[in-house]
Write a protein that binds this ligand. Structure first.
Ligand code: ATP
Length: 224
């Protein structure tokens, strides 16, 4: 049995007074180390809500969440922030890179926040991640000098900087044209195949989903 990175037990969630229509309903998931899992389903079926819960950003749910074997229920926000910074890398639909900083500086940021390594080491690590993503030649540029696909690859390098157990993506190709989507998706496949990176990616794109190791198909807040 492979090491479990993430596990849920009977997770349910409703918004406000609408308790009769749960947004998440009895979600039981297990994600093993090295798996590349996609989450798909129609608009409004609860994909983003699920990702917010699994990433510990939303703590208002019933049921249990385990990350790296540790139960997240009852942890304080600073404790959860530390879990996120140490164990989870995030890639969103928009890259959220800061244009006043270089590509290299952007990639360094989560590691500077974590404070595990000296600045020189962080710089080297950031450079190494950019090499992995074939973006090292752009290290000194500003994000606004890059294409959409290149910016998203920098965002992936930034997500990798603290060697996360898992990368979570919410429609990471949702804002890209077909060619750049393919480049970014291929990057995720490479990370899974060559680095054994565990990935959980929400996507509308059924074609991409088919190419991942496993698809979690959601329907009305349930795993179909
Ligand atoms: N803050 C909120 N308050 C009330 N209802 C919400 C809130 N956030 C989401 N919802 C509702 O929960 C349901 C699931 O939303 P969610 O964003 O998780 O869906 P999704 O599958 O990610 O959709 P999309 O593919 O369009 O991004 C939707 O019906 C949505 O209207």
């Amino acid at each position: 049995m492979k090491e479990l990175i993430l596990q849920t037990s009977h997770i349910s969630k409703s918004f406000g007074d609408a308790v009769d229509v749960p947004v998440l309903s009895d979600i039981n998931l297990q994600l093993a180390k090295g798996e590349f899992v996609s989450v798909t389903g129609k608009s409004g079926c609860g994909k983003s809500t699920l990702l917010y819960v699994l990433s510990t950003m939303d703590t208002d749910y019933d049921g249990e969440l385990y990350i790296d074997g540790v139960c997240m229920n009852g942890k304080t926000e600073p404790q959860l922030a530390r879990v996120r910074n140490e164990k989870i890398g995030f890639v969103f639909q928009f890259h959220y890179l800061l244009n006043e900083f270089s590509v290299l500086q952007n990639v360094m940021m989560p590691a500077l926040r974590l404070g595990r390594w000296e600045a020189d080491e962080i710089r080297q690590r950031a450079y190494d991640k950019l090499v992995t993503l074939d973006m090292a030649q752009h290290a000194q540029k500003k994000p606004n000098q890059l294409s959409g696909g290149q910016k998203q690859r920098v965002a992936i390098a930034r997500a990798l900087i603290n060697d996360p157990l898992i990368i979570m993506g919410d429609e990471p190709t949702g804002n890209l044209d077909k060619r750049n989507s393919e480049i970014v998706f291929e990057t995720f496949l490479q990370l899974a195949q060559t680095q054994g990176q565990t990935l959980l990616i929400v996507t509308h794109d059924q074609e991409f989903a088919r190419r991942t190791g496993r698809t979690i198909q959601m329907q009305d807040g349930k795993v179909a």
